[in-house]
Ligand binder design. Structure first.
Ligand SMILES: *[C@@H]1O[C@H](CO)[C@@H](O)[C@H](O)[C@H]1NC(C)=O
Ligand SMILES: *[C@@H]1O[C@H](CO)[C@@H](O)[C@H](O)[C@H]1NC(C)=O
Ligand SMILES: *[C@@H]1O[C@H](CO)[C@@H](O)[C@H](O)[C@H]1NC(C)=O
Ligand SMILES: *[C@@H]1O[C@H](CO)[C@@H](O)[C@H](O)[C@H]1NC(C)=O
Ligand SMILES: *[C@@H]1O[C@H](CO)[C@@H](O)[C@H](O)[C@H]1NC(C)=O
Length: 419
């Protein structure tokens, strides 16, 4: 019944123009932990202050000149590969690597059937063998044993849509590779993983920690419309109120959010869901403005409810889809990762996330995964979905791209001296 076609255009676009290199980098220092510059101006004697300042400025100019040159393709990259503080790990490319994939989805019971391409008949395996390599530094290999030990007694919480669920599943499978007895890892309520379930929590008994997922596709509250509204308004999204389950996200040790895929006219207006602020309907409000307002609500919530001495907060940016055309009856994919970004990246969403997070008064790390995914049209589920009549050019096969998001989360924590 597959009217859907997976059009595989072997990419002839492997040009060396890495997209993103020339776009402005959002380096709102305090919050983008990756980009906090080292304070090398360590003034010991006050008389030398001015001299040091001049030297420092000269250094900055020098460094930027070098980086500028390296962007132009000159061979200066390696000279800076060790300055890890300065490395934007989200800028890079996918390289083939023998140690991938990091787990076998057939032996991890937490990969839901819809994401288990192998179980759904996918035979090509090349898409499994890619490692994300940042341009200016290395990401340490995911060491399941070490991370299991560090997670003892903790709580990891994912909040968002199905893209958060897939990262949740990926993390459980990555960690299970370090567990001797698979039976000691279980869903706390004995639930199976389903698309609409609101809460799933997997406990690792030997290590006494839980990895939880809360489905909250908008992060803010959905509810009935105010009375006397127009008939087409069946429900509203209250942009100034957090989702009713927000209390359960507090007191976690690692807290990872995403939102974006449900902010479309089809998923909102077409089903009669309109925006509301306070008591009033905002019928004409554009979706991007509403998304920004919801994120601002989320940001105030983080500031007032989260003790960032305990909780490490992350927000993941939009994960690109690779549908071919508007009819959504084919995927536009390649056989291998590309060096040029492709697909629907909805970069205005990523920009809004970066802007809002940039203004938060507490540390929050943006997981800027949009470009990583834009290179990976080869790694989508496509026709290897479940049920197989559904074509899926949005989600990713597991193992796959979401594993790299988790590697970056832990690389980030470890680099920042994770306690
Ligand atoms: C995200 O990363 C890409 C690629 O490195 C970069 O071009 C873009 O500016 C970044 N966006 C933000 C908001 O940091
Ligand atoms: C994954 O596990 C299954 C079941 O144990 C096994 O048949 C298969 O060979 C494994 N695949 C790989 C790539 O190791
Ligand atoms: C398990 O971790 C919790 C904290 O999440 C702690 O209160 C409890 O004492 C731990 N239990 C054991 C047996 O270590
Ligand atoms: C989960 O799925 C299995 C196999 O499909 C089924 O036997 C079991 O009853 C399900 N459990 C729940 C809690 O729905
Ligand atoms: C977090 O740590 C800082 C510095 O150690 C301390 O001043 C602050 O009171 C702590 N905040 C909370 C909420 O515990």
């Amino acid at each position: 019944m597959a009217s859907a076609v997976l059009s595989r255009s072997v990419s002839a676009r492997l040009s060396y123009r890495a997209v993103g290199v020339n776009s402005p980098r959002v380096s709102t220092a305090a919050h983008r932990k990756w980009l906090v510059p080292g304070s090398f101006v360590n003034v010991l004697v006050i008389v030398f202050f001015l001299v040091s300042l001049v030297l420092a400025m000269a250094c900055v100019v020098y460094l930027y000149w070098f980086r500028y040159l390296s962007r132009g393709g000159s061979g200066f990259i390696s000279a800076f590969s060790s300055t890890a503080e300065d490395c934007d790990v989200f800028q890079g490319s996918w390289v083939p690597h023998d140690s991938y994939p990091l787990y076998n989805s057939s032996v991890c019971p937490f990969v839901e059937r819809g994401f288990n391409c192998l179980a759904n008949g996918r035979r090509d395996t090349d898409y499994l063998r890619w490692r994300w390599r940042p341009r200016l530094c290395e990401v340490p290999r995911f060491d399941a044993r070490e991370i299991l030990e560090r997670l003892r007694g903790r709580r990891i919480v994912f909040v968002g849509d199905s893209m958060s669920r897939t990262q949740w599943e990926s993390l459980i499978c990555l960690l299970m590779t370090g567990v001797e007895d698979p039976q000691s890892v279980y869903e706390v309520n004995g639930n199976n993983i389903t698309k609409t379930i609101q809460f799933l929590g997997v406990h690792f008994r030997s290590f006494n920690f839980t990895v939880e997922f809360f489905r909250s596709v908008f992060l803010v509250q959905q509810g009935p419309p105010p009375s006397h509204g127009p008939k087409r308004v069946k429900m509203t999204l209250k942009l100034d109120k957090m989702d009713t389950i927000h209390q359960r996200w507090v007191d976690s040790d690692i807290l990872i959010f995403n939102s974006g895929h449900w902010w479309t006219a089809t998923k909102l207006f077409d089903v009669g869901c309109y925006f509301q602020v306070g008591g009033s309907l905002k019928l004409g409000m554009p979706i991007t403005s509403a998304f920004r307002m919801a994120l601002e609500t989320w940001a105030s919530w983080v500031e007032s409810m989260i003790n960032t001495n305990k909780t490490h907060v992350f927000f993941r940016t939009f994960e690109p889809s690779h549908w071919s055309g508007l009819a959504q009856n084919a995927c536009e994919v390649t056989n291998r990762p590309t060096l040029e970004a492709q697909g629907n990246v909805r970069s205005e969403f990523t920009d809004i996330i970066a802007e809002v997070v940039g203004k938060i008064a507490v540390p929050v790390t943006v997981l800027n995964v949009t470009m990583m995914g834009a290179f990976r049209s080869d790694a989508h589920i496509g026709t290897w979905s479940h049920p197989s009549s559904i074509l899926d050019c949005s989600h990713w096969c597991l193992p796959g791209v979401p594993d790299a998001w988790n590697e970056l989360v832990f690389a980030s924590l470890l680099r920042d001296g994770w306690r």
